[in-house]
Design a protein around this ligand. Sequence first.
Ligand code: ATP
Length: 271
Amino acid sequence: MALTSIPGASSNNFSQEVQAALQGFLPGGLRVFTSIGSTNDEALAWASTGAPDFSLVIADEQTHGRGRMGRSWFTPPGAALAFSLILRPTPVERERIGLFAGLGALSLVDALQTFGVAAQIKWPNDVLLAGKKAAGILVETVWMGMEADSVVLGMGVNVTPQAVPPPEGLNYPATCVQAEAGKPLSRILLLRAILQAILRRRTMLTSPTFLHDWESALAFRNEIVRVWVSNEEVFEGKVLGLESDGSLRLELPERTVTIIRFGEVHLRPAL
Ligand code: ATP
């Protein structure tokens, strides 16, 4: 792997720590920034100019971190993990692009478990600790015609309390890893554990084991939730599990089963 040095990239402690932790470990290239608009934007641009598989863009701070549908993701300096991983899907993976959100979320659950922190996935793209949002996943695809050329798996993880946004304007209660772990935890070690988990989970992406483990990590399993689709249609039903493409299976009243696909979807527990 080549540790890429690019103009504007960071040369401070954060950069040195990241480079030292990932030396000889990352299969692709690496771009580290002290501050950046959005790691996903940088990764999308790099992906479209030929970044190798498993290349990483990481920043200490994002000034315009993005969530889904133009929402913003808060990433102050020194407090969070904010990175975007460029993956070049194999032909088999190209048929299952929807699984990459699960790959990110489940790998984070695995990594947190190695630090003794139990996490759950709020389908489709958030990771909860003690029922509160501690991380968000944003998957974006670079298309070449009809074919997915690369996938950018963006992840923002609140590590210390400073990463947790003020409650006004939050669409869901938030927390951070340190609060739930009850002790300080190294961002860099967590980063390494997440990347290790992604490498391992990716090898089983299309296997029944992957789907089973993703389902087992779902928040609100067998509970009644409300799901907003495109902010217009609302479904209320019991979370049954996942389809093989990662869509959510919901049991509606009168036992009809409906499948909710990725997209502009919001899930909440029914009160
Ligand atoms: P929903 O929970 O409704 O499904 P979402 O998953 O689509 O929302 P994202 O787009 O992933 O939400 O994240 C953006 C939203 O998350 C913001 O609108 C804000 O409310 C909240 N948010 C922003 N930064 C953070 C953060 N660091 N930690 C927790 N929540 C955040």
